[in-house]
Design a protein around this ligand. Sequence first.
Ligand code: SF4
Length: 381
Amino acid sequence: GQCVKVCPVGALVENNTVSELSRELKKREKHFIVQMAPAIKHTIGEEFFIAPGQDVTSMMVGALKKLGFSKVFSTDYSADVTIMEEGTELIQRLTKGKGKTPMFTSCCPGWVNYVEKNHPEFLGNLSSCKSPQQIFGALAKSYYAEESKVPKEDIVVVSIMPCTAKKGEAQRIEMEDHDRVRDVDVVITTREFAKLVKMNNINFAALPNGQEYDSFMGKGSSAGRLFGTSGGVMEAALRTVATILSEEKVGVLEFEEIRGFKNVKETTVEIGENKLKLAVVNGIGSAHSVMEGIKSGRLYYDFVEVMACHGGCISGGGAPIPDNLDVRRQRMEGMHGFDKTSTLRRSHDNPEIKRLYENYLEDPCGHKSHHLLHTTYSDKS
Ligand code: SF4
């Protein structure tokens, strides 16, 4: 993903995708729906002279509506679905011996590609859960299509993502259904989205407050939002796993040890009778030594989060420039600040998630989920 920042070919590709998308949106021949990744809300403002970290969700929604999308949704929502699935999977691996441990997160395609190429011996450790981007797409072409009575072939799912690795992820052969319909059709990066806005002469910073996502795939918890920063996936998972395993109504919400910019962050959490050893790997540069440590028995963990970019998706290859440590800190603080004041801090409390399982999926990791929301990996060494 980092290459796009410096390479002129990357810039060319950016322009082509964006102008084509802009044209297609105006034609309104298809049913365009859009999702935006958690990190975008705390980074895109920088393209319009707004301070790093500031939550500009309302402006994003306003701009996307002006651009002609039929529905404006959020990847925070599908990150909550990821937690329901991945949290359940973790519990099954730990308590029922269903699959290898440590379990590795699988929401970052930079990391998944790395395991497939360099450490195929760990493929079975990757969570089988698709990433929030792909879960959103798979649900858009099934749950949303059925409930809105729009044929899935007429729906175009556009994602606004922090990196170009997400474009590769959307193209994976595993991300098509049995009718060869893709989960996600078009992926543009944060900076490409800014170009789309500028190209259409939308005054982003002047868009009004209070604009909301459409229902019923727009609402996300602040746990889902935390996916955009290092340690966030782990923290979101712990909030839900702790509730399921200990049956406590209000457990610990904040896990300070796994926040911040350290390369490898470790903690042990006691939940009911279980003691979980956890690690968060911040940046792909530290992944190799952790994996060698696990292989040799020097390190023991139950659950490991890895995000390829330093600081997580807030510093993805498609993020606004400059992208230095100071800016990254502000973005991360913006995200944690949003979580602190949120009234919906756990994925399983999200009413739109409850609706999804009640009306459509039934159980996390159940038959329908397995078919739509889980995937496989292959040895590409
Ligand atoms: Fe993309 Fe980086 Fe986020 Fe991974 S951590 S999904 S490579 S932006």
